[in-house]
Design a protein around this ligand. Structure first.
Ligand code: NAD
Ligand code: TYD
Length: 356
């Protein structure tokens, strides 16, 4: 049994699916179901033996203690976070609350649980914290990619809150000996990603005939990784990573934003041809404040130590992603019109415990 926080979100849901597909027996997902949490992402796992869902906030220590006592996990994989940079610029408070205070509460609950475990279980317990390359700040065009030695230099409220959470995890290992692992990954894309992030937003706007809003000059660079490749890396680090270590995860796949948007237009033109194509919808709009110019990951540590390699190229991953959004019109419609939120009402009416 493992505990997965934030498992109803984009990467967490992909991770939980992969966890069961790769033959593992049990997982409990703990999720607050914010706007980014969607139980529909886990619909096919509901009712499966070994799968449990708990509606709770990682800031709620009592709820965390209850889950740990009841399910007795051998590891915690911590995805739960506020994750969108633009939202963090408009409203940073919730980012500090969930990403910093929530991680603190989870670390404390984990520590209390871990010290009380019997010897062998205590030795094998792991706390894996899922983080981002954005903690390292921005690279110039000719700078080397981010290694694990790179100094932290976060520029957005999101990146600062994740950097702060990484520091807490480090301190809980150094001070209390909690057996932690940290992964810092580049930009993910793939199924179940909420359409506020670049790739799904562009796919859906293109299909709906809306503008494709590229920030600034469109030359900012991100290092893209197909989500299931990120999930296999997390599984590898969880199984064999060295305690207290950080592993950077990336696909060696740098692309300028405008190239990504053009590639989406090309993929759509192939799969859903339309007179005139989609590129004419591209619009250059006002830049994001503090917009990091370039991210790039040096993944040689996870490759060398743990033998991890991505399976997808950007082209194969993007084609799968576009296909997934085309094939999942119901998921898209429920997200677009807010129907996915009714799950919460339906499932967690006033008589059920859970966060408000
Ligand atoms: P997401 O926004 O899609 O999902 C976040 C999930 O966490 C949602 O299900 C949400 O309901 C849940 N959540 C939010 N606040 C919570 C709280 N207080 N208590 C319990 N649950 C809460 O995010 P994602 O893109 O899947 O990212 C998952 C993790 O991976 C995050 O920690 C993020 O920083 C990290 N990460 C993301 C990327 C990326 O490209 N998306 C890259 C590297 C690292
Ligand atoms: P995003 O998906 O928000 O991820 P992050 O900011 O965490 O890297 O954005 C990816 C890149 O795309 C980033 O450089 C900002 C840019 N972008 C746009 O140009 N237009 C958009 O509408 C969005 C959402 C992002």
């Amino acid at each position: 049994m493992i505990l997965v926080t934030g498992g109803a979100g984009f990467i967490g849901a992909n991770f939980v699916h992969q966890w069961f597909e790769s033959g593992h027996e049990a997982a409990v997902v703990l999720d607050k179901l914010t706007y980014a949490g969607n139980l529909g992402n886990l619909a096919d796992l509901m009712g499966r033996s070994g799968f449990h869902f708990v509606h709770a906030d990682i800031c709620d220590r009592t709820a965390l203690q209850r889950v740990l006592t009841e399910h007795r996990p051998r590891a915690i994989v911590h995805f739960a976070a506020e994750s969108h940079v633009d939202r963090s610029i408009r409203g940073p408070a919730q980012f500090l609350q969930t990403n910093f205070t929530g991680t603190f509460e989870l670390l404390e609950a984990a520590r209390e649980y871990w010290v009380a475990l019997p010897g062998a279980q205590r030795d094998s317990f792991r706390f894996l914290h899922v983080s981002t390359d954005e903690v390292y700040g921005s690279l110039r065009e000719t700078d080397p990619a981010f290694s694990e030695q790179r100094a932290y230099s976060p520029n957005s409220p999101y990146a600062a809150s994740k950097a702060a959470s990484d520091h807490l995890v480090r301190a809980w290992h150094q001070t209390y000996g909690l057996p932690t692992l940290v992964t810092n990954c580049g930009n993910n894309y793939g199924p179940y990603q909420f359409p506020e992030k670049l790739i799904p937003l562009m796919i859906l706007n293109a299909l709906e005939g809306k503008p494709l809003p590229v920030y600034g000059d469109g030359l900012n660079v991100r290092d893209w990784l197909y989500v299931t490749d990120h999930c296999t890396a997390i599984q590898r680090v969880l199984a064999s990573g060295r305690i207290g270590q950080t592993y950077n995860i990336g696909g060696g796949c740098e692309r300028r934003n405008v190239e990504v948007v053009r590639a989406i237009c090309a993929a759509l033109a192939a799969l859903r041809p339309r007179a005139g194509g989609y590129e004419s919808q591209i619009e250059f709009v006002q830049d994001r404040p503090g917009h990091d110019r370039r991210y790039a990951i040096d993944a040689s540590k996870v490759q060398g130590e743990l033998g991890w390699r991505p399976q997808e190229t950007f082209e194969s991953g993007l084609s799968k992603t576009v296909r997934w959004y085309l094939d999942h019109a119901d998921w898209v419609a429920a997200v677009r019109d807010g129907r996915y939120r009714q799950w919460i009402e339906l499932h967690y009416g006033s008589d059920r415990p859970g966060p408000t």
